[in-house]
Design a protein around this ligand. Sequence first.
Ligand SMILES: [Zn+2]
Ligand SMILES: [Zn+2]
Length: 161
Amino acid sequence: MRIFIQPIGDLEEDLIFALERGLAEIFNTQISILAPKTLTMSCFNPMRDQFNSTCLLRNLKPVWITLGVTDMDIYADRMNFVFGEAELNGSRAIVSVYRLRSMNSRVTEERLIKEAVHEVGHVLGLKHCKNHCVMRFSNSVAEVDMKPVEFCTECKKLLGF
Ligand SMILES: [Zn+2]
Ligand SMILES: [Zn+2]
């Protein structure tokens, strides 16, 4: 397994490097950072002032596991916003740092890593989990902060870790 981080638009290098380290630790695999890609403006919804996450996802080139990272606010069907979206058992995922930001950059990094691990978990076939687990669904930053960055024992078993 190999994970490619695809920065979309402008993002701080430090944040991307922190994400790389976090993913390498959890998945114990090689992480590559691709050259930044520009935002697909056709995915922008001016009525909502948000980008459609599914549209951005479909614009990612699938290589092994490709994780798009954006600083823009993203939404999906029937959702006011999403932290991320993934292809279940597919190869692509996307996360947005927009609603995960804190004054403390360490907190921002930690939240981004959790949501990225969560979305990659979906790509690897995991569904939402009710345990104390990174696969818990989170609808707010408070919920993101409460869940751990790790997979629970059951999810680990499903992943073959
Ligand atoms: Zn999820
Ligand atoms: Zn779990």
